[in-house]
Write a protein that binds this ligand. Structure first.
Ligand code: SAH
Length: 268
């Protein structure tokens, strides 16, 4: 497969795709016969109730908890209820897919907590009645947030700097057949000028500052939501930053503390 230059990320077509290989996450949920010292008894091995072919109940439980935590945007809650998060994590982690926790997705990266994803999407959508227009996501990771975004905006451009995760996201998303999600391989610090201007930009990795390219590629009237480090002295401390681009200039608001993987330059 060709590596694309960081400055020229390529829109990958591939949606909708044809093949639907059965996924491990679908295959783990049958009660199994367990042989004990006495007679054979039938007993569930892991009790991952509600996952796999019927994950609706457990997902709606997650959404109810998000609402309790203070997420009020009905569009965001609905989208979080629509996307099957268990399809984005490894089989061994399926039982934790609907807990409010970040989980490893390989190559040292993590899928963000549902609470943080929904909070950032709510901030991104604030003040909008319907779908957002084009949105740029920096840090595709496993593709989960891109899938949620696909229900909230007209077009999603999602860029990832790690080839392995870019490929993983494409595999994960194939099942969902989301025609409005465009996966890009490249350095998201440069944004993706070809898709600009964006109604929204959302970053899933935190740097010391918001790259100028993101500001340049944001539409007037658009909003950017990104984790930003609190300074060189304590780079591990991050806060959510909201930047509104108005006709009069930029308006910045620092929100709550968060913990994201670092924003890195170049591709690997
Ligand atoms: N939204 C993702 C979260 C992934 S974690 C999900 O739902 O799974 C953040 C991701 O940002 C990591 O995969 C990391 O490789 C990526 N990243 C970090 N710096 C980047 C950059 N400059 N450009 C693109 N992706 C970047």
């Amino acid at each position: 497969m060709t590596l694309h230059k960081p400055s020229q990320p390529k829109v990958r077509p591939g949606f909708p795709a044809r093949l639907d290989a059965p996924r491990a996450a679908d295959l783990t949920l049958r009660p199994a016969a367990v042989r004990l010292a006495g007679p054979v008894v039938s007993k569930p091995v892991l009790a991952p109730q509600g996952l796999g072919m019927d994950s609706n109940a457990v997902r709606h439980n997650m959404v109810a908890k998000l609402a309790k935590q203070g997420i009020t945007d009905s569009w965001v809650l609905k989208a979080m209820g629509q996307v099957e998060r268990h399809r984005f994590v490894d089989t061994a982690l399926v039982n934790q897919a609907y807990e409010d926790t970040s989980l490893p997705i390989g190559l040292g990266q993590t899928i963000s907590k549902p609470g943080v994803v929904s909070r950032m999407l709510e901030l991104l959508r604030q003040g909008h009645a319907g779908h957002l227009g084009r949105v740029l996501e920096i840090g595709t990771g496993c593709g989960y947030q891109a899938a949620v975004l696909s229900h909230l905006c007209q077009e999603v451009y999602s860029i990832e700097r790690l080839r392995g995760l870019h490929d993983k996201a494409r595999n994960n998303l194939r099942y969902f057949r989301l025609a409005n999600v465009h996966l890009l391989f490249g350095d998201g610090m440069l944004g993706y000028a070809k898709g600009a201007p964006y109604a929204g930009i959302i970053a899933a990795a935190g740097g010391e500052a918001v790259p100028q390219a993101w500001i340049d590629q944001l539409a007037v009237g658009g909003r950017l939501v990104a984790p930003v480090s609190c300074g060189a002295a304590s780079p591990a401390r991050q806060a959510l930053m909201v930047i509104d681009k108005t006709a009069q200039g930029l308006r910045q608001t620092v929100m709550e503390a968060v913990h994201f993987v670092p924003l890195k330059s170049g591709v690997d």
